[in-house]
Design a protein around this ligand. Structure first.
Ligand SMILES: Cc1cc2nc3c(=O)[nH]c(=O)nc-3n(C[C@H](O)[C@H](O)[C@H](O)COP(=O)(O)OP(=O)(O)OC[C@H]3O[C@@H](n4cnc5c(N)ncnc54)[C@H](O)[C@@H]3O)c2cc1C
Length: 360
């Protein structure tokens, strides 16, 4: 059976940052990713100030030119909320953390390219199209059942031969907001309330009278239960609506588009792509024993869904905790939790300011 010291499930920012920390300590780690890379990821694709600071700190650099889209930068002061009575107001998407303020010039990026770049920059060994289905622990060994995603590409293979077992001492669940690792570890995860998000990429011939900052947020319960936003990326206006599970979000999207056309005279042409995801609103859980959780799988999210920085920071700290545990014979989960106080405090401060969650 194939063995590694650490297996990281998920090649998003938390998985890549975890792999980076382990690589720096020369620990053998494998990242497995269910999609083929570069994979699409529903996201506004904005690198907020703290994300930039963390990229410099852990990766020594910001992404290369090919990762960005136009407008390349978005100043914090040009992100707006639109209110029926008051018009355009400044909308705060990032707050200081523990007294630290961050750059207010944010970067507009394509997530598929960013995540691929970050994974390569981590120096990780990775396997794509590899889905973690299950794991079990016995005698300090964790066994994972994994499956190749695209079975049709495995010529004449039976379902059984496409499956495989991997073995590791430490497992990191960096598998995002619908985490399979957390689902197996934490029974309350399946019952947590769920927010569903739907995003479309629309070509347009006229941005109408939308404010020049290219990113506008709306709160309208007739359209969605949480915020809706419109954001420019290259030749597209990305439209995002979110709601609780029962909401028909296709209908919300139609209403949102109609509203933008009527109120701001936006002229849309083809809709190129549609993406969706489920996010669970559960309290943070950093894992236990030799199974650690990072990023969104751990429930770490900052203000209004900003999560790349929490993912990078927690992933890197999870990797560092494992490396220390291996070298010092200590408990990885304990070291990880000890290192995470500031991140948990910031998550809690952000949750209290998320106006669409208040009163839920
Ligand atoms: C609509 C929307 C807009 C957002 N906009 C922003 C933004 O502009 N800026 C920002 O900072 N944050 C934003 N976020 C939040 C941010 O996208 C997430 O917090 C961040 O991606 C979390 O990173 P992660 O590494 O924890 O998980 P992910 O990025 O979700 O990565 C998890 C990876 O695990 C893989 N995976 C899942 N299950 C398995 C499995 N069983 N086996 C193998 N692999 C698996 C997935 O394919 C995926 O590649 C947004 C979120 C949403 C929903």
């Amino acid at each position: 059976m194939e063995e590694h010291q650490v297996i990281i499930v998920g090649a998003g920012p938390s998985g890549a940052a975890c792999a980076k920390a382990l690589k720096e300590h020369a620990i053998d780690a494998l990242v497995i990713e269910k999609e083929e890379l570069p994979r699409p990821k529903i996201c506004s694709g904005v690198l907020f100030g703290q994300t930039q600071v963390l990229l410099e700190k852990y990766f020594g650099t910001l992404p290369p030119g090919a990762v960005y889209c136009e407008p390349r930068t978005i100043n914090a002061s040009s992100i707006h909320e639109w209110d029926k009575e008051k018009g355009f107001l400044e909308y705060v998407w990032e707050i200081p953390k523990g007294g630290d303020s961050f750059p207010r010039e944010y970067y507009n990026i394509w997530r598929s390219r960013f995540d691929q770049w970050l994974l390569e920059a981590s120096g990780a060994t990775y396997r794509e199209s590899c889905i973690m289905q299950n794991y079990s622990s016995a005698d300090d060994a964790i066994k994972l059942q994994v499956l190749r995603k695209d079975m049709t590409r495995i010529e004449k293979a039976s379902k059984e031969s496409a499956g495989q077992e991997l073995c590791c001492t430490y497992l990191v669940g960096a598998d995002g907001g619908n985490s399979r690792v957390r689902n197996l570890l934490d029974t309350s995860w399946a019952e947590a309330s769920q927010v569903v998000i739907y995003q479309t990429y629309n070509r347009f011939s006229d941005p109408g009278t939308l404010q020049g900052g290219h990113w506008t947020v709306f709160f309208d319960r007739d359209i969605g239960d949480i915020l809706c936003c419109v954001h420019r990326k290259d030749d597209f206006l990305t439209l995002c609506v979110g709601g609780f599970k029962e909401r028909n979000l296709k209908n919300s999207m139609d209403l949102f588009k109609g509203f933008l056309s009527e109120q701001f005279k936006v002229v849309f042409s083809e809709e190129e792509r549609v993406e969706g995801c489920v996010m669970r609103m559960a309290p943070p859980n950093l894992g236990s024993g030799n199974v650690l959780l990072a990023g969104e799988a751990a429930g770490l999210i900052y203000l209004n869904g900003e999560g790349i920085s929490a993912a990078i920071d927690s992933g890197y700290r999870a990797g560092t905790a494992i490396a220390r545990a291996i070298k010092e014979g200590a408990d990885a989960a304990h070291l990880y939790k000890e290192s995470m106080t500031d991140i948990l405090e910031h998550c809690s401060a952000c949750t209290q300011q998320m106006r669409f969650l208040v009163g839920q």
